[in-house]
Write a protein that binds this ligand. Structure first.
Ligand code: SF4
Length: 529
């Protein structure tokens, strides 16, 4: 038995904690099922400061302290690892999640406190490492990680070694349910409200569910980090193993029964009234399953008595509504009216659409497979099914021009939508991160780590990947899109036309070992380990 402390890092300090860390909760459940002793310090929910973290570290004789998250949590993870090492010099520090998988070699260099990193999908690797750790304690031999797939470990001299990729599990239903009971759910429930629909805004007890892993599209700003079958590990030109991200895909989804049984349990145990599906793209699963997955999920939802009364009786939603509403992610090209109508009937109230742009040429460069017309029509199709579409808009793409910005504004005006666009940001693991890595490093005066640390603040403009626009222009254009002000856009364009001839692009693409623009499939295990 191993005594493990999980630390959930603080993410986006300016925002309330709204989502339990699904991955940590799953790994905690897996470890408990294997007989290990597990505790969680949810720094993100509690927000108690470093002193409390120190107290937690000192509170027990932890065998392993495990920490992980997305790249946006990098700053806190780095700080926390230093604290852990100072307070618990002998404790084994294990890290995992997107921040590590996207750049395992750099992270091990930047964070010498980490003893071992789980790279890619951790469902099998994590319990394997725990078992090895347990045996090592019992028979007192040094741990030998040479043959363990899916990890980066340190040799005795501290040099990190990245092992081969761990095959993805084929059957997600083999996973236990997340260990919700280890988290301060009251804090999450207090932040249940999401300003996406009436039902989500009036929610009192909302939790997340992840129904699937993967997405078959290849949006160049998006990352999947091994969980979608996109990652292989190969020797680079220096003969050292490194991660390579590809267009390979292992599409996997939970059975409708697994999901509905879990939601029923959550309703019976915690009286939840809303579920946020955090799937990357639920419509991929619908298309991949030949249009059966969403239909079966909705049927099972209704049969299990989870359908809200406002939907079963066809009456307006109010405080007396019983049942569980839900929201998720959709796609302008993959959604179908029939699926949406079914989803509405079962209680779906909102769907996030990554529309990103309404410019034909920009859309062609994204890898999203959508068009201006499909993007425009998607809003009406979703609304006609009774579901609130939540459009996501981005500016600052590599090929962005005044014309493409104009096309986005005219579509927003046509649709009657207001949107404050995000900036196209090259997160590690995305195709554009590797294409523009050199430009990014240049914009951060040679300090890649400073860029990674900056990614924790979503409101910040970091490195631009636009060939034409600088950070100053993008900040102005963001405001102009938000205002939907075509007059200001025209004035800006006239002014900048003169200056354009003297401008030199900040970002220029180049090829990288870490990104293979081909469909190289990561292995899929034959049996669930
Ligand atoms: S559709 Fe969404 S999840 Fe899929 S690749 Fe594009 S951004 Fe990523």
């Amino acid at each position: 038995m191993v005594k493990i402390l999980f630390i959930n890092p603080v993410i986006r300090e300016e925002d309330n904690p709204k989502h339990i860390p699904y991955g940590i909760a799953l790994l905690a459940a897996i470890a408990i099922n294997d007989g290990h002793q597990v505790q969680v310090y949810d720094a993100n929910a509690w927000r108690k400061g470093d002193e409390v973290l120190e107290q937690v570290c000192a509170a027990d004789d932890w065998d392993i302290i495990a920490i992980g998250g997305l790249t946006t949590a990098f700053g806190y993870i780095k700080k926390a690892c230093k604290i852990v090492r100072r307070i618990n010099p002998q404790t084994f520090i294990l890290a995992g999640g997107g921040f590590l998988t996207s750049m395992p070699r750099e992270i091990m260099d930047w964070m010498p406190e980490i003893d071992l990193g789980v790279v890619g999908e951790a469902f099998v690797t994590f319990p394997v490492v725990l078992r090895m750790f347990d045996e090592h304690k019992l028979i007192k031999i040094p741990l030998d990680f040479q043959k363990t797939l899916g990890i980066i470990y340190r040799k005795s001299n501290g040099t990190p070694v990245l092992n081969g990729v761990r095959p993805n599990i084929p059957n997600l239903d083999a996973l236990p349910w997340p260990a919700w009971e280890l988290f301060p759910l009251d804090i999450y429930f207090a932040n249940s409200k999401l300003l996406f629909s009436e039902e989500s805004f009036t929610s009192k007890r909302r939790l997340d569910v992840n129904g699937s892993l993967g997405c078959n599209l290849i949006c160049r700003y998006c990352w999947h980090l091994g969980t979608t079958g996109d990652m292989v590990i190969e020797e680079n030109e220096d003969g050292i193993n490194d991660v390579r991200f590809t267009y390979g895909r292992n599409i996997r989804y939970h059975s409708p029964d697994y999901i509905v049984n879990m939601v029923q349990y959550l309703r019976d145990t915690y009286d939840i009234d809303f579920i946020s599906f955090i799937d990357e793209n639920m419509m991929t699963m619908d298309a991949y399953s030949k249009r059966t997955w969403i239909f079966d999920l909705c049927e099972a939802w209704i049969a299990a008595g989870l359908q809200p009364t406002c939907r079963s009786k066809g009456i307006p939603h109010d405080d007396s509504c019983k049942g569980v509403h839900w929201g998720g992610t959709s796609h302008a090209t993959l959604h179908r009216k029939e699926s949406l109508e079914h989803m509405f009937k079962a209680g779906c109230s909102q769907l996030v659409y990554g529309l990103e742009s309404f410019d034909r040429d920009i859309l062609k460069t994204l890898g999203k497979g959508s068009t201006r017309e499909k993007n425009i029509n998607s809003v009406a199709i979703c609304q006609s099914a009774g579901i609130n579409p939540i459009p996501n808009i981005i500016i600052g793409f590599p090929e962005e021009t005044f014309e493409s910005i104009r096309n986005t504004i005219t579509a927003l005006l046509e649709l009657g939508i207001h949107a404050k666009p995000h900036f196209a940001t090259a997160y590690p693991g995305s195709e554009w991160y590797y294409d523009y890595k050199d430009s990014i490093i240049e914009q951060y005066k040679g300090n890649l780590e400073a860029y990674i640390a900056d990614l924790g603040d979503a409101t910040k403009i970091t490195a631009t990947i636009s060939h034409r626009f600088s950070a100053m222009e993008l900040l102005g254009l963001q405001k102009i899109v938000e205002l939907r002000d075509l007059r200001l856009l025209e004035l800006t364009q006239i002014h900048w036309n003169e200056a354009d001839q003297f401008m030199k692009p900040l970002a220029t693409p180049k090829t990288s070992f870490n990104m293979v623009k081909k469909k190289i499939q990561a292995p899929l295990a034959k049996v669930v380990g």
